[in-house]
Design a protein around this ligand. Structure first.
Ligand code: NOJ
Length: 498
């Protein structure tokens, strides 16, 4: 375990350096004390992106992909060591405590907890002890553990044996993984996310194939993956309900990427096109749970490519989310697509009507700063899905050029603070207007390995010096701003409806 004292000393120096260029004081305007006190605020990471200690687990699809095709990773890197979180978590939890975070959201590596991966396989004792200790450290620091089961790191053996999420065989294996986690950790974990952004990983992992495992099966691939994710989620929720809920009293969801679709004009055609995009991105996963089937526009557009649910499958999906978890990063203008094609739309970052941009550019081509879109997204989820409890499970950005900065300059992230100030203002505005917002997670707690972007993309509120042997951590200015104005003023834990 890394020694704690030098780390904390380094942090204090770093914090002093960062606060030398202090942000304007105070919470966002809409974030009055009573609104903040209803929402639990924290930050998250993904296991594969931070854990390292690859030798302590079975191989995953990303190990295979980054080894076989380093040219497909922007900097040719891999995540064998990453932020070395498995060996450094105790120091990181102390930093979270100093930052007054109220929860920490992390994922469990399936290949670490269950090296055999399949139904019936036994948990690895060291892995179980590690996750248990992480949870205990968090609780001792007054930080709620919020656990994700699958953040994109499929055990390679399941890909080799039956093509992973392309096969219904994934369902019982995922349920065994979920059941193992509920059994080992559910006495202390009360908020679970089964999957992160299924639309994104199904599209990229089994549709376009630009991500591991690199399976380019187009529409058939992404929709088969989507169906099996939904069935796996529902079956895991059923296991939780029948075996654990009474004693553990937790809540389950999966997180959905919600990129707001703003009609480019006031025309009916553009409004319908924007709805088509929301149906295709969001309704694909949430409508089957809340409404019993895929959205009509998606059915019309995709026909037989969209695998239907049997009546018993549809019944298993209904009501299997306790709350809606949304990852909100950006927005798009949407206009009518090819008029002859059902379900079509065109999207852009610049309005085709008046040339205005959705927002300022960030350091990432896909992410422009559009806080107004977050406000609309929350109102949409509230209205379409019957006023559910809402959890913003990821919100974050990288500043232009941030990945080139080093030393003290890398801690001066006023751009990120401004992003959080404006996005949180919309979250608080929605909550003041009656949206049942129960939680909010910054993405991410620390700079990490960003899939095909490698270490080139930095989302952290905590800087990790990947050039230092000790992978030194230091809070950025945004972390200090969040600590003073948001983390410290929120609810002590996520309050799920009874
Ligand atoms: C959500 C993903 O789950 C996460 O791994 C990724 O780092 C962020 N989106 C940002 O792209």
């Amino acid at each position: 375990m890394a020694a704690l004292a030098p780390l904390l000393a380094a942090l204090l120096v770093a914090a002093a350096a960062a606060s030398a260029q202090a942000e304007p004081a105070g919470a966002p305007d809409q974030c009055t004390p009573d609104v903040l006190s209803r929402i639990a605020f924290g930050a998250g990471v993904g296991s594969y992106q931070t854990e390292g200690s690859a030798q302590g687990r079975a191989p995953t699809i990303w190990d295979t992909f980054s080894a076989a095709s380093p040219s497909k990773i922007a900097d040719g890197s891999n995540a064998k060591v990453a932020a070395d979180f498995v060996r450094r978590y105790k120091g990181d939890v102390q930093l979270m405590r100093q930052l007054k975070m109220k929860h920490f959201r992390f994922s469990i590596s399936w290949a670490r907890l269950l090296p055999g991966a399949k139904s019936g396989s036994a948990p690895d004792a060291a892995a179980a002890a590690y996750y248990s200790s992480l949870i205990d450290e968090l609780l001792a620091a007054g930080i709620q553990p919020l656990v994700v089961l699958y953040q994109w790191d499929l055990p390679q053996s399941l890909q080799d044996d039956y093509d992973g999420f392309l096969s219904p065989k994934i369902v019982p294996d995922f349920v065994h993984f979920a059941d193992t986690a509920f059994r080992l950790f559910g006495d202390r974990v009360k908020t679970w996310l089964t999957f992160i952004e299924p639309a994104v990983f199904c599209n990229q992992q089994y549709g376009s194939g630009i991500w591991a495992p690199g399976v380019a099966n187009g529409e058939a691939g992404r929709f088969a993956c989507g169906k099996h994710v939904l069935l796996a989620h529902a079956a895991a929720a059923a296991a939780y309900n029948s075996k654990y809920r009474a004693a553990q009293n937790g809540a389950l969801s999966f997180s959905t990427l919600v990129t707001w679709a703003e009609p480019a004009s006031g025309s009916e055609e553009d409004a319908a096109a924007a709805q088509n995009k929301l149906d295709a991105d969001v309704g694909w996963f949430l409508d089957p749970i809340f409404k019993g089937d895929y959205p009509a526009s998606l059915r019309a557009a995709k026909g037989d490519a969209l695998p239907p649910f049997t009546p018993s499958e549809a019944a298993s999906l209904r009501g299997s989310l306790d709350f809606v978890a949304a990852n909100c990063f950006t927005a798009r203008f949407v206009s009518a697509g090819d008029a002859g094609k059902p379900g079509a739309w065109r999207e852009s970052k610049v309005s085709p009507v008046n040339g205005s941009a959705v927002g300022a550019a960030s350091g990432l081509a896909w992410l422009d700063v559009a806080p107004w879109g977050q406000g609309r997204a929350l109102a949409y989820l509230q209205m379409r899905y019957g006023d559910p409890q809402l959890f913003i499970s990821s919100s974050g950005v990288m500043a232009p050029g941030e990945n080139k900065l080093q030393g003290a300059a890398a801690l001066k992230d006023a751009f990120r603070t401004d992003y959080y100030r404006s996005y949180l203002n919309e979250v608080c505005r929605a909550a003041r207007g009656g949206a049942r917002v129960i939680g909010w997670s910054a993405w991410s707690f620390m700079d990490a390995w960003e899939w095909t972007e490698g270490f080139n993309t930095k989302f952290g509120i905590v800087h990790v010096d990947y050039s230092s042997p000790s992978l030194e951590r230091a809070p950025k200015a945004s972390a200090l701003w969040l600590a003073a104005n948001v983390f410290s003023r929120g609810a002590p834990a996520v309050a799920h409806a009874a």
